[in-house]
Design a protein around this ligand. Structure first.
Ligand code: NAI
Ligand code: 2PC
Length: 315
């Protein structure tokens, strides 16, 4: 009989996970996912159970990577919060199983994994799709994802200017205090995004906050919020005039209000670009629509578990 699962919680996950280790594993996983080879990745579109009373959803994200021996699922509860609410927008737990025996090997905090893998995938989208010599980064939103995106974008790239916008001044001030680096706080979305080469949208908004009329031609947008079919962050003009990429085509067609309601076509998955089967249109305005995938959590959880096991037996 298998022993009880290990529990690896927030601080430990944060100590073990590094962007430099995560990014290449995510690139590999995105490529494998887009090959649609079931011996590499089996990952259905997330099931979302409505939590009507609490204005949220529980997303169940099972994934099996046969050749890598990884079986996992994440439970991600995400909510539409009222302004000023102190409750979290996203809470997540990742469960790692033994694919042969079916027992649970580890239960992990999923918040650090969600924050880091989502930001790392957005950074991969920028690496592949932003224009050469991109100088200005704008971040819309100042919550957990904004912080993790700031961390990985400033670790991987050398922007000359970073701008941030939040709907409240307190949000901007808190963000500036937490990051310490040189960031310009902006009083409006337009001020933040005019002339920006890369724009990250990480808000809890369900209506468009970013409008095409303000976006510089050739800019790259990593659109991370609005993960429900009736939620938006980007307007129709932007969606229709950009080349749209997604993490999962099926995911975007099922869950993204920006894709479904604008009628925009998903040109390619990020994995198709990694595999060299679809072009990276760096010269055009590009949108990467991120919904989040179980395969990203699976490789992150494996990395945490492997590092945790190596350290334990090294002591
Ligand atoms: N694509 C993916 O893989 C993932 C997407 N998400 C989504 O990313 C978004 C941000 O998540 P977190 O940073 O964890 O949340 P958070 O609660 O930490 O931060 C949300 C930010 O959005 C702002 N905001 C909320 N409502 C707004 C509105 N109506 N207009 C403008 N700004 C608004 C808040 O002031 C805050 O700055 C959420 O929509 C979440 O569901 C989160 C995890 C993974
Ligand atoms: O992939 C993910 O973990 C999530 N996507 C939307 C909210 C949480």
């Amino acid at each position: 009989m298998a022993g009880p699962p290990v529990v690896i919680w927030e601080r430990e996950v944060g100590r073990l996970l590094r962007f430099k280790d995560l990014v290449p594993r995510l690139e590999d996983a995105l490529g494998k996912f887009s090959r649609r080879d079931s011996s590499e990745v089996v990952q259905p579109v997330r099931s979302a159970v409505p939590l009507q009373k609490h204005n949220g959803f529980m997303g169940l994200m099972p994934t099996y990577m046969e050749n890598d021996g990884v079986l996992s699922t994440k439970f991600a509860c995400f909510y539409k919060r009222k302004e000023g609410s102190s409750l979290p927008s996203v809470q997540a737990t990742v469960v790692l199983l033994d694919p042969e025996y079916g027992n649970v090997k580890a239960v992990m905090d999923g918040e650090v994994i969600t924050a880091m893998r989502t930001a790392a995938v957005s950074a991969i989208s920028a690496k592949l799709l932003m224009c050469p010599g991109a100088d200005v980064l704008a971040i819309l939103g100042t919550g957990k994802q904004a912080l993790s995106h700031y961390s990985v974008f400033t670790e991987m790239f050398s922007f000359k200017e970073v701008r941030v916008w939040s709907r409240t001044k307190q949000g901007v001030d808190r963000f500036l205090d937490s990051v310490g680096g040189p960031v310009k706080g902006c009083g409006s979305v337009e001020e933040a995004v005019r002339g920006a080469d890369v724009i990250v949208t990480v808000t809890g908004s369900t209506e468009p906050v970013l409008f095409g009329q303000w976006v510089k031609p050739g800019a790259h947008i990593a659109a991370v919020g609005a993960c429900r079919p009736d939620w938006r962050e980007l307007d129709d003009e932007l969606m229709k005039n950009a080349v749209v990429y997604a993490d999962s085509r099926e995911g975007a067609m099922t869950e993204s209000g920006d894709v479904i309601l604008s009628g925009a076509e998903v040109f390619a998955e990020l994995g198709d670009v990694i595999n060299g089967t679809k072009a990276a249109h760096r010269e055009k305005t590009t949108v990467f629509k991120s919904l989040g995938m179980g395969v990203e959590d699976a490789v992150s959880a494996k990395l945490v578990f492997d590092q945790w096991t190596a350290q334990k037996f090294h002591l």
